[in-house]
Write a protein that binds this ligand. Sequence first.
Ligand SMILES: Nc1ncnc2c1ncn2[C@@H]1O[C@H](COP(=O)(O)OP(=O)(O)OP(=O)(O)O)[C@@H](O)[C@H]1O
Ligand SMILES: [Mg+2]
Length: 442
Amino acid sequence: MTIKSNLRKISAELSNMMKCFYIFKDRPSRSQRERRSADSAPELRNQRDTSSSSSTKPSRPTRSTGSSSLPRSIPELFKEKEQNLRAFSLLELKEATKNFNKLLKLGEGGFGSVYKGHLKPPDGSDPVVVAIKKLNIYGLQGHKEWVSEVQLLGAVEHPNLVKLLGYCAVDGERGIQRLLVYEYMPNKSLDDHLFNKSVPAIPWRTRLNIILGAAQGMAYLHDGLAFEVIYRDFKSSNVLLDKDFHPKISDFGLAREGPVEGKSHVSTAPVGTYGYAAPEYVSEGHLSTRSDIYSFGVVLYEILTGRKALERNRPAAEQKLLEWVKRFPVDSNKFSMIIDPRLRNEYSLNAARRIAKLADRCLNRNARERPTIAEVVEVLQQAIQESVEESSRATSIESPSSRTNPSVRNREISKMAIPGARRMSNAAQASSTKLTTRTYIS
Ligand SMILES: Nc1ncnc2c1ncn2[C@@H]1O[C@H](COP(=O)(O)OP(=O)(O)OP(=O)(O)O)[C@@H](O)[C@H]1O
Ligand SMILES: [Mg+2]
């Protein structure tokens, strides 16, 4: 088969898959879903919209620019933009990765293995470095997640969402092959830097910029499109970092559209990652943008503490991050004990407190009480501002040596910001190992 006819076949296949997506999405039907949602919850969205800053976010029909032709669903938007994606042949991707050579493997997750690859552009210019994710057909994800990812990432565009360059789909005698080709992110994921002690720790301000960028990416998904997108798998391993530590959210295989107007949530079988999923989602399958906010709260505590949501190699009382941090309330003198020792006291205690308070709001068991992503962005901007102002106050009274030596200056800033914070618990300094990745709840 020629490359051209192969590409035609893949393109046709993707169109069929789009139909599959519709069928999948429509079963149960929209009216059934509405009925189910109505049965299980009151009209939370309307209540919330009138009382919070999320009221700036109109419900779906009024979110448009007035054009009735504005795409109102992921597949509709994908149809408009699919020509931006390239359909790769398997041969091209094999060549790019030296036949999926182990030495080029970047890591492995719930979908499959990720390889670094070099793609030769047809015009003969320098090879483009990419990351290629290859479905593990014996794994927990499959065609459905692949379609979701292609459709969503093919449709959206934001500086804080990873860029999908193309895909590959082959149905052979030995089963299906599904691959995804992304821009390469040289600094891997946030969790590598927070929890892997062999990688240098990320400084305070970089952490704040990373989490703000991630929040802005999430704000685009929740509020920036004509329809609401629930991301469903927010965690530090899904925040990738480019060469400048600019964050981009990745992994959209579990993302789905939000509820129809006036409904608080969609009902679905819970999938996701233990330690990050919201309680109402785990126990009742109630999914909403507020479930993403809960996961965001978990990652806020990870950023502050340098500890992973779940660490089974710690003493029992410290394995669950959210339970452990409760012992160090945000307004108590003990609060600074939770801050990541790898920050070496170089952070603003006021900003850290602000972020912990935000995290506590995100982690409210009552989904309606959690902040919107717009509020999260706002508080994070304030925390950054606070850190900057504290640094400049410290600089204005700095010693001559600190004016020229940044590490002396940082020490002086931290002395001002957190008196007594050096009394860090030994346990907080103990190393953590990376847990196995995605655990499906269902
Ligand atoms: N575009 C990319 N550029 C560079 N590295 C990447 C890219 N995408 C993923 N990786 C790396 O590949 C590894 C596996 O990623 P993957 O998303 O498959 O798994 P995960 O996030 O650990 O788990 P999960 O499947 O639950 O999301 C991670 O360590 C990540 O840092
Ligand atoms: Mg991932």
